[in-house]
Each structure stands twice: as C-alpha cells, then as structure tokens.
Design a protein around this ligand. Structure first.
Ligand code: FES
Length: 549
C-alpha cells in the first residue's frame, strides 16, 4: 500500500507534503538516487547535476525520485598523507550508507551515481545487499590534460615527482605540469581504478554500456543520465534485481574486462568483495587464471599503451570492446543487462570509428598477457597480486630491503638507498595493519621516474593505485599485522618472484623462519580511535576482498 493510501501513515504524508509532493506523486514507485557527490575532488563533482537529470528521467517515466548523498574519498588528494588510510575504509562506509538508506526508505528501485575509485564497488556491494532493481551510472572520466604538445594524466604527475628527484625536471616545470594535467571534472583519465571499476559495472550488467564512457564534461552526459532514470523504471517493471543480474557468468565477464583492458590491481580486491556480497563463489586464483588467458586488447594507459579514456570513447567505447571480446569467444553471453539488451545487441550497436587505434582484438592485441597475475608461495601463502601490465613473464631474485611503513620507504627512495636489483618490502600496511591498506603511488611513481621501474621489485601487504606500474606486488596475505610471513622478512633475505610459475618465495630455511616466528611481536602503534578501531576489529583478509561483513 502506498504512503498516500495507508491511513496510519498520515504523519509520513505530512512530511512529503512539506516537500511539495502531491498525493498522485506519493502513489508512484519510489526510486532512490544515491549520489556520491563531494565537493572535495574533481572525480565526483558533476554528480549533483547528474542526479537532477536522473530524477527528471525517473519522473518522466512515472516514478517518484528521491535523492540522497554519501561520502567519497579521493585517492589522489589523500595519497602520501595519513588520510590515505581512510580511502579503502570509505568503500565500506559508502556501501553501508547506501544500504541503510535503502533499508530505511524502502525504495522500489535504485540508481547509484558513482565515480571515484571506491564509490563504484561500494555501490555495487550495497545494491547486491538490497536486491531491488538497480542501475549504476558511472559519471565519467576527466579529459586528458595537454602539456608541451602531449596528452597528460595524473600518472604523469606522479612520475614527474621521481624525475624531479633525479634532476630531470625542475620544480617550476613540475608546478607547470600540475596546472595542466587535470583540466576539469571527472575521474582519472585512463584505465586506472575508477575507470576499471566503471567498466566492471558495465560487464556485470548493472551499468548500461555506452553511458559510462561518455566523459564527465561532455554535453551528452546529461541526456544519458536522463536515460538512466528511464532505464531504472524499466528495470523495476522487469524486476531486474541484482540477484538476477549478478551471476557467475556476469562475474566472469567482469574479470575478462579487467584483463582485456589492462585494469587496476584494486579490481581484484573489489571483485572479491562484490562476489561475497552477491553470494557468488570466487577465489583469488580464478582471477589469475582468466588474466593468463585473456590478452590486453586496448591501448590504454597504464598497461596497454598511451591512450586515454577520451581516446577510448572516441574509438567506439566499451561497446566496441564487447564486440571484440565476443568475436574472440571470451565472454559468456547468457547474462542479463539492466537495460534489457543482450551482449550481442551491444556489440551490434557499437560504432567503431574508422582507423581507430585504441581497441585491438584478441588476434592483434596490444599485449599478449593480461594485466594481472595471482602469485602464491612461502611469502604469500594466501595469495597476492602482481601487476604484470602486459609484460612477458619474468623472474626476479634479489635482496630484501624492508620497511615497516610506506613513509619510511619513501625517505629511502629519496635518499637514493634503493638500487637496481632490490626487492623492497613494505609491510604493516595491510587491511588491519595500515589500517586501510594504503596505496603506494608515492613510492611507485618516483621509482619509475628514477628509472628503477623495471629493475626494482616492490612487495607489500598494502595496495597500489591504478596509476602504478613497474614490478609491483600487493595484497600479500596473510598480512604482517596478523603475523604473516611478510612480517618475518629481514634486510638482505633473498626474495624470488617467478610470474610464470606463479610464485613469490622467501629463501630462508624453515628452521630460521620458525625462530623468527617465535620471537615475533606485533609492533606498537598509535592507538586508533573511531572508525579506524571498528575497521581493524572487523576487516578480513585482502585475499577475501578485505570486507568487513
Ligand atoms: Fe578519484 Fe582518481 S582520485 S578517480
């Protein structure tokens, strides 16, 4: 019974009258519109306008829109500060807040407007929990910047830090680059974490293909947002609930998209978390298996080539990627897309720009190997993620240089104490240890900038920005905070990475390791308060998605 017709809900009606609603409107299905707008970053800056457009679409299709907001944390703005610890934690808070609003207001359907990294998986996790017909609207990428005759993104900014440190760039040029790298609203402008997850939302079936890849500031975006409002009403009529959309086949396709587009290591964490929320079986090794089979078929930064998200959109967008993957037999077609189309429909409607050089094919890929590999071994018994970035398989053996925090490692890099051949180990930065599993772009960017990106390996129980590249291995589990083997490594120990064998090993005799384990004491750290305390008490392993439920 609607609020308008329920005699006992007269008090509720009084509040809806107060908001200017008529009784006719109160009889309409209610569509919640979750916006992850914050005014603290460019990534989600357009969400209020988009929410208004979605609301107009819902209203035009006979629904009653109700907008609400969540928090969001920018990775780029918090990187290299203590604030970075809040980043991954925000995924849980955003998911919980959307879920709570859905439970409280009993929306008939939901639209989630997402952009910056964690907002995408967070929304999907909440929608899976609520299980009402739902659509995800990815707000879109930033335009690339233009600096001295070339396209630049935030990746160039972080690598320029390293170039400054070795004298290849001066501060004036660094500041000038900063003024040009990010020309307006939108998410980081290539296949970094936000765009990786925006694509995942499409391949999972929750976000309509052809809308997410429209840049944030393109004129078409507002009209597309109105269409999303209408799609939500159609999804409601068709009862397209996440439990019908988020299937094992859809999850497989999402993993394929990450591999084929050279996606971010963070996708591993988020896919595992989404699978758990949706009640789908997914082990971390499965992601590695798919990545081994699927080549990188887009020439996007940072793994496939130098193209930006704008280039992908101009070339034909993710719909064209669907066509190529279907041609190669790499997608499972028995999936439900929230807008009612099939993958074959999406592929048929893709508009390829003649002569485009951004989307290749499985026969003519940009890189033969996928973006990521999952390793296990004596240093990571529960698994870890190698950002292969399309490189050929490699073996790296070197002496460990161990740091108990990202900040200590950053100082060592600046002081030139890291040399070719080293294996940097950064620990106590895992989900519980950080807490919050901070990203290490302030290490990987300068390593690349110093020319050490392919000669120094970095192994950590923390994680990486989608911008990061080099020989980087993250999400090592069990983490140091829980006494995992990474806690036992000492300076000079030999670490061996073998991507072909899928192993990460610490070459220390077991008897010696047993002695170290017996003597191990978790380091003291500042007492946390508030949300950090709650997070440490509830967060699970990175190899299970670092979820708190
Ligand atoms: Fe928000 Fe990159 S920091 S999308």
């Amino acid at each position: 019974m609607s609020i308008a017709d329920d005699p006992d809900r007269a008090p509720a009606r009084s509040h809806l009258y107060a908001m200017g609603m008529s009784e006719e409107e109160m009889r309409r299905p209610v569509v919640g519109i979750a916006s992850t707008w914050t005014g603290t970053m460019p990534c989600n800056l357009t969400h209020r306008e988009l929410a208004a457009e979605v609301a107009a679409g819902v209203r035009a299709a006979g629904g009653l829109p109700m907008e609400f907001n969540t928090i969001a944390v920018s990775d780029n703005l918090t990187m290299h500060t203590p604030g970075m610890r809040a980043s991954l934690i925000s995924r849980e808070v955003i998911a919980d807040s959307i879920e709570l609003m859905g439970r409280a207001h009993q929306f008939d359907a939901l639209v989630a407007i997402v952009g910056c990294d964690k907002t995408v998986p967070a929304a999907i996790m909440a929608l899976a929990r609520l299980d009402v017909p739902s659509v995800v609207l990815y707000s879109g990428s930033m335009m690339p910047g233009r600096w001295r005759g070339r396209d630049v993104t935030i990746q160039d900014m972080w690598e320029a830090l390293g170039e400054r440190e070795v004298g290849r760039m001066d501060q004036a040029d660094l500041d000038d680059l900063a003024r040009h790298a990010c020309p307006g609203a939108g998410t980081c402008a290539a296949q970094y974490t936000a765009n990786t997850m925006g694509t995942v939302a499409e391949f999972l079936g929750l976000a309509p293909f052809g809308i997410g890849d429209i840049p944030a500031v393109a004129g078409e975006k507002n009209a597309a947002a109105r269409r999303v409002g209408e799609i939500a009403m159609r999804a409601l009529a068709a009862d397209a609930r996440p439990s019908r959309v988020l299937t094992e086949d859809a999850l497989h396709n999402a993993i394929v998209s990450v591999a084929a587009m050279g996606g971010s290591t963070n996708a591993v964490l988020h896919l595992l978390a989404i699978a758990r929320e949706a009640g789908l079986p997914l082990e971390i090794d499965r992601i590695g298996e798919v990545c081994r089979e699927v080549p990188i078929i887009t020439g996007l930064k940072p793994s496939g080539g130098d193209a930006t998200a704008l280039d992908l959109w101009k070339a034909g967008g993710t719909s064209l990627v669907v066509r190529r993957l279907l041609e190669a037999g790499l997608l499972r077609e028995s999936v439900t897309l929230v807008d009612g189309r099939s993958l074959a429909d999406v592929a048929a409607q893709a508009q390829e720009t003649p002569g485009q050089k951004v989307v290749g094919s499985a026969d003519e890929p940009f890189k033969r190997r996928g973006a990521l590999a999952i390793l296990r071994g004596s240093l990571a018994p529960d698994g870890c993620v190698l950002k292969l970035g399309g490189k050929d398989d490699f073996r790296h053996e070197g002496p460990a240089k161990v740091f108990d925090s990202e900040a200590d490692c950053y100082v060592a890099i600046q002081e030139g104490r890291i040399v070719a051949g080293d294996v940097i180990v950064v620990r106590y930065e895992g989900p519980a240890g950080g807490p919050g599993m901070r990203e290490m772009l302030s290490i990987t960017g300068p390593l690349v900038g110093r020319g050490l990106g392919t000669s120094v390996a970095l192994v950590t129980d923390g994680r990486f920005s989608g911008v990061s590249h080099g020989l980087v291995i993250g999400h090592v589990a069990p983490e140091a905070y829980h006494g995992g083997p990474i806690a036992l490594v000492r300076d000079g120990d030999t670490v061996v990475i073998d991507s072909a064998a899928g192993t990460l090993d610490l070459l220390v005799p077991e008897a010696e390791l047993a002695e170290r384990r017996a003597a191990w004491v978790r380091p003291e750290r500042e007492v946390e308060r508030g949300v950090l305390t709650k997070y440490v008490a509830t967060v699970g392993s990175a190899s299970d998605g670092a979820v708190t439920a």
